[in-house]
Ligand binder design. Structure first.
Ligand SMILES: [Cu+2]
Length: 122
């Protein structure tokens, strides 16, 4: 009986040890961070435009824009990019990103319904 308990404990300790090692490796290789950036997105095509373009940005692993709050939540690899680069990338798509104003050329190319002064719509 004692041997069974002992071997079970050994197995548990070993499993814990292995999972710790694996998660530590995960942290160094695939470490991600999340940043929330306020944009000037107006409608669902803005959402699609920003999500699609930002997804191609180096180091970006996930992009979700909430139209109601205009906040884009970006998951990224800190080793490859940073919030400031992401804000400038959003500016280059034609939208304000926190304190970074939209790139005038990119903004000029946006459809009328996606301009900052457009009436709220879907
Ligand atoms: Cu739009």
């Amino acid at each position: 009986m004692k041997t069974i308990v002992k071997s079970m404990l050994t197995t548990i300790v070993l499993a814990l040890f292995i999972s710790t090692v694996l998660s530590a490796q995960d942290n160094t290789n695939n470490k991600t961070a999340v940043v929330k950036i306020k944009t000037s997105a107006v409608c669902s095509s803005c959402k699609i435009r920003i999500e699609k373009n930002l997804a191609y940005e180096k180091g970006v692993t996930d992009v979700v824009l909430d139209i109601a709050t205009k906040i884009v939540t970006v998951t990224y690899k800190p080793a490859k990019t940073n919030p400031d680069k992401l804000r400038h990338a959003i500016s280059k798509i034609g939208y304000d990103a926190d304190n970074v104003l939209a790139d005038p050329v990119a903004y000029g190319k946006l459809p009328k319904c996606c301009k900052k002064d457009a009436e709220p719509h879907q």
